[in-house]
Design a protein around this ligand. Structure first.
Ligand code: SF4
Length: 312
């Protein structure tokens, strides 16, 4: 098989050998795997792209609360912020990326249709960053589609190198963190970066998501998940800018993935999608849990007060 790769190093070698960007290797890899022609592969990704866009469009137009009422109005607020970008520190593109990321995740929390790319919890970062940059650059639809293929190639390389998208295994670094790395690479190709710059952007992004706990309040993919996607979008844009300016990650992408799994192995179960630690067991998190009538968190998982006298 000519276009298969087992990690990011092999992906880069393939790009250099074939003199192709990451997106084109990803397309050829799919054609090879499924024994299909290019239009079949591109049409599949068009479906992904269109579904992402529908979720964004629905998400920015509503302030309806999520099914459990914890989130729902942040995308609209961020979207209005685009018009006030002169007063903001972030660029218009970055604010719109955050708005789109949150729009997607709020739709997910409303049980709307989204694309789990790479997962439902981390589904906002890639579309947020790519669609916002697509608008900023007045890019072509083809380029947008290619950026999605590039993002997907990063996800595949992470998995093939022993990584994971599972929060139960690796915490939120494996969901929003991986989504952020995928977005950083995709947007870097969209703006003309080389394959090396794309992978470098992914490494810069993922490095700064390492150790991120999965600690959703009441086990719902709402808090902190939704807003975490916005910050992920911001980090992806920062990583892409840094890479385009020549800043190099000291640790290559494959080793960052190894570090992610190393950290995953040492992560306490309470911060791996169990809602038994982190933000989930803050006083606010526990109040929500009680209000929802969920079983109490076992004492062993609860934070001790600063001057604990052992009351439990
Ligand atoms: S906190 Fe957990 S559930 Fe929420 S996005 Fe992150 S990994 Fe997913």
């Amino acid at each position: 098989m000519r276009y298969q790769f087992k990690n990011c190093r092999e992906l880069l070698e393939l790009c250099e050998r074939e003199k192709l960007p990451i997106s084109q290797i990803a397309i050829r890899s799919e054609m090879e795997l499924f024994n299909k022609k290019q239009p079949w592969v591109r049409n599949k990704m068009k479906l992904v792209r269109n579904t992402m866009w529908e979720a964004i469009q629905k998400g920015i137009k509503t302030t309806a609360k999520s099914k459990y009422g914890l989130v729902g109005d942040s995308a609209a607020k961020l979207y209005i912020g685009i018009k006030k970008s002169g007063h903001m520190l972030h660029s218009k593109t970055a604010i719109r990326a955050m708005a789109y990321a949150v729009a997607t995740n709020e739709q997910n929390a409303r049980m709307g249709r989204i694309v789990a790319f790479p997962t439902a919890g981390g589904s906002g970062v890639v579309p947020g960053v790519l669609f916002s940059t697509y608008e900023h650059m007045k890019s072509s639809k083809r380029r947008m589609l290619n950026a999605l293929f590039t993002a997907s190639a990063i996800g595949i390389a992470i998995l093939k190198h022993g990584g994971t998208f599972s929060a139960a295994k690796g915490g939120c670094q494996a969901e929003v963190g991986v989504g952020t790395a995928m977005a950083a690479a995709g947007v870097t190709e969209m703006r003309g970066g080389t394959p090396a710059q794309c992978l470098n952007a992914a490494a810069l992004a993922l490095k700064n998501m390492l150790g991120l706990a999965c600690d959703p309040i009441s086990g719902l993919v709402e808090v902190p998940c939704v807003k975490r996607n916005a910050i992920g979008a911001s980090i992806a844009i920062a990583a892409s800018d840094m890479s385009m300016l020549g800043v190099k990650s000291f640790v290559p992408m494959d080793e960052v993935v190894e570090a992610m799994m190393n950290i995953a192995a040492t992560m306490n179960e309470s911060i791996r999608e169990t809602a038994l630690g982190g933000l989930a067991t803050t006083p606010t998190g526990l109040r929500v849990r009680e209000k929802m009538g969920l079983p109490k968190v076992p004492k062993k998982y609860l934070n001790k007060c600063k001057d604990c006298t052992g009351c439990g």
